[in-house]
Ligand binder design. Structure first.
Ligand code: ADP
Length: 163
């Protein structure tokens, strides 16, 4: 019997994408047939990079990943997932602190839209990596070469002008 390919969306701010996100994406490609990285255009969050820039950086990183694509979206994640006919929402987990919030989000998404969320735990080495901290450290000129991909590192340096 031919099984239908499983399509998953990985929604997030990705401001910017980090090695932690990439680790989750790479692990997910082994489990799912199609993965759409969905960059949220949230009007509320403090942004460093515009959605187009975040999308561009991600696009550069996934060129050699078959089945992986990137898009931006506005509004409710579950509505975007439905518009893409996605079967699953993917989220990454770093620590137990993530679990509480993610649990609530996943339960809400299931209650309102009946969509399942699957979690992938990041490699221990990225357990403390967050886009928020990356933005802060970059603004102070810290070296982030182990925590973000090269193209992101370059853009951060350009943004904060500390080459
Ligand atoms: P959001 O604003 O929706 O939390 P993020 O870009 O911060 O967007 O995160 C997107 C997803 O990636 C979330 O599920 C988050 O828990 C996960 N994530 C963030 N950083 C890491 C990391 N270092 N390792 C694994 N997952 C991560």
């Amino acid at each position: 019997m031919n099984k239908k390919p499983v399509r998953v969306i990985f929604p997030g701010s990705f401001d910017p994408i980090t090695n932690g996100h990439l680790d989750v994406i790479q692990r997910a490609t082994k489990l799912f047939d199609e993965l759409i990285i969905a960059v949220g255009r949230s009007p509320i969050k403090n942004q460093l990079f515009a959605p187009e820039e975040r999308l561009e950086m991600i696009a550069e990183l996934i060129t050699a990943m078959p089945g992986v694509s990137v898009e931006s979206f506005e509004g409710l994640t579950v509505e975007y997932a439905a518009s893409k006919k996605a079967d699953v929402i993917l989220r990454g987990l770093r620590s137990l602190t993530d679990v509480q919030y993610e649990f609530q989000l996943a339960m809400t998404n299931r209650a309102v839209a009946g969509i399942e969320t699957v979690f992938i735990m990041t490699s221990e080495q990225y357990g403390f990596t967050s886009s928020t901290l990356i933005r802060e450290v970059a603004s102070l000129g810290g070296n982030l070469s182990n925590l973000v991909p090269k193209n992101v590192h370059k853009r951060l340096q350009q943004r904060f002008n500390n080459k």
